[in-house]
Design a protein around this ligand. Structure first.
Ligand SMILES: [Zn+2]
Length: 420
């Protein structure tokens, strides 16, 4: 397949550049990137004139079956939302509902330019089934916790082991994490078990971390230490994906810098649950990796990573007054290459480079009424972050396969999923 005449987003050193380039994809891999490539006979050609060709967006923290809770429970804080609203509802979910809700989310992701998602949920075989059918890239798990007793906790551990052991070893698109829910919902016993599983299977840890102010106190009560020290105690030497990280102190940063970890920043969910604003400018300055996520739709409203990019960029102005803060280029990297690094997938995805898997989206920026908020288009990167939205994504390619073209999702029966 040949993608011709596009404005291609390329990362050079630490910079983000836009260049007119042609891209040849052979099977699942990016084979050539040149200023001009000649069409080979029989090759599929996508004309990307007046379009942006960029790495597929990577959503580093989500609960994709939570599309079923979209628009519910407005105005709660995190603890009320979880304890009184979400957990009682989740206890009643069926496997079929999780499958259907996951399919709806996959449609949402593919049609808004997300090519890889890091999920954190349960009934995970249903989630995996939907992901396998849709051919998108994903990292999945079975969440562990024991704040409701030992038996429930052991069931969860068994379900995780069963999920992982029953994986399709030939499926390169789906990988796994070990995921204790949070340091405030997991005793030392579950965290130790998580460490053992991560070591046994060589998997990263994916955990909610310092999302809200209450969590600092809860972790102290349960573990007698700060969140960062608890992480160090149980997960030192492992690769750790920290969801949220809103309440990270300067002392915590010193500890986090000694660990192999990074942050999945979920700005919209944080704002909706009144968790305030993660200082991603500071975290990046300190050398921590910061990527982007939406969280589930119950708190994050939707999975449109363009919205997440816009808010992630803008809210830094809410905590940094007249100071240097992250810019549109930083945000583009957070949504792509930083996400790949956070998920341990940087050799496969996250940028348009020869040898990487072809996870690519094409965004329409042509001079049309639909794109009027991007005109005159003098700065493509700034427009992608602040003025584009998921609906501008025209084509979504994962692992060299075109999953959406001209806004038609090919791998899913769109009408059936929407109606269901
Ligand atoms: Zn979450």
């Amino acid at each position: 397949m040949l993608i011709k005449n596009g404005n291609v987003i390329i990362f050079e050193n630490d910079d983000v550049k836009v260049k007119k380039l042609d891209i040849r994809i052979n099977g699942d891999t990016i084979e050539e990137i040149e200023e001009k490539l000649d069409e080979k006979t029989g090759e599929k050609v996508i004309d990307a004139t007046d379009k942006v060709v960029m790495p597929g967006l990577i959503n580093t923290h989500a609960h994709i079956a939570m599309s079923i809770f979209r628009g519910t429970f407005e105005g709660c804080d995190l603890y009320t939302w979880l304890n009184e609203k979400i957990w009682p509802m989740e206890a009643k979910l069926t496997e079929e509902q999780v499958y259907d809700a996951t399919m709806l989310s996959i449609l949402e992701m593919l049609s808004t330019g997300t090519t890889c998602v890091n999920d954190h949920y349960f009934f995970s075989k249903q989630i995996r089934k939907a992901l396998e059918e849709s051919k998108m890239r994903a990292v999945i798990t079975r969440v562990l916790m024991d704040n409701d007793g030992k038996e429930a906790s052991e069931n969860r551990i068994n379900e995780f082991v069963d999920l992982y052991e029953s994986r399709d070893r030939n499926n390169d698109l789906i990988t796994y994490t070990v995921s204790p829910h949070g340091l405030y919902t997991c005793s030392g016993e579950v965290l130790t078990k998580s460490r053992e599983l991560a070591l046994k299977y060589n998997l990263p840890i994916h955990v909610h971390f310092l999302e809200s102010i209450n969590e600092i106190e809860s972790i102290k009560e349960l573990h007698g230490d700060t969140g960062a020290n608890v992480l160090k105690k149980y997960f030192d030497g492992l690769h750790i994906i920290l969801a949220h990280g809103v309440k990270i102190s300067d002392e915590d940063i010193k500890v986090l810098k000694t660990l192999d970890c990074g942050i999945a920043h979920c700005p919209i969910s944080n704002l909706r649950l009144g968790c305030k604003i993660a200082d991603t400018t500071k975290y990046l300055d300190e050398g921590l990796n910061v990527a982007l996520g939406t969280d589930g739709q119950g708190s994050g409203n939707n999975l449109d990573m363009f919205e997440a990019m816009k808010i992630a960029g803008l809210i830094q102005g809410g905590i940094h007054e007249n100071e240097k803060r992250i810019n549109a280029k930083d945000v583009i990297k957070m949504a792509t290459i930083n996400g790949a690094k956070l998920l341990g997938l940087e050799n496969k995805t996250g940028s348009i480079e020869v040898g990487k898997k072809a996870d690519i989206i094409i965004v329409d920026i042509s001079d049309e009424l639909d794109n009027v908020k991007m005109l005159p288009n003098v700065d493509i990167v700034s427009n992608l972050v602040y003025n584009a939205d998921g609906k501008n994504v025209d084509t979504t390619i994962v692992n060299g396969q075109v999953l959406m073209e001209n806004r038609n999702v090919k791998v899913i029966d769109t009408n059936k999923v929407v109606k269901k």
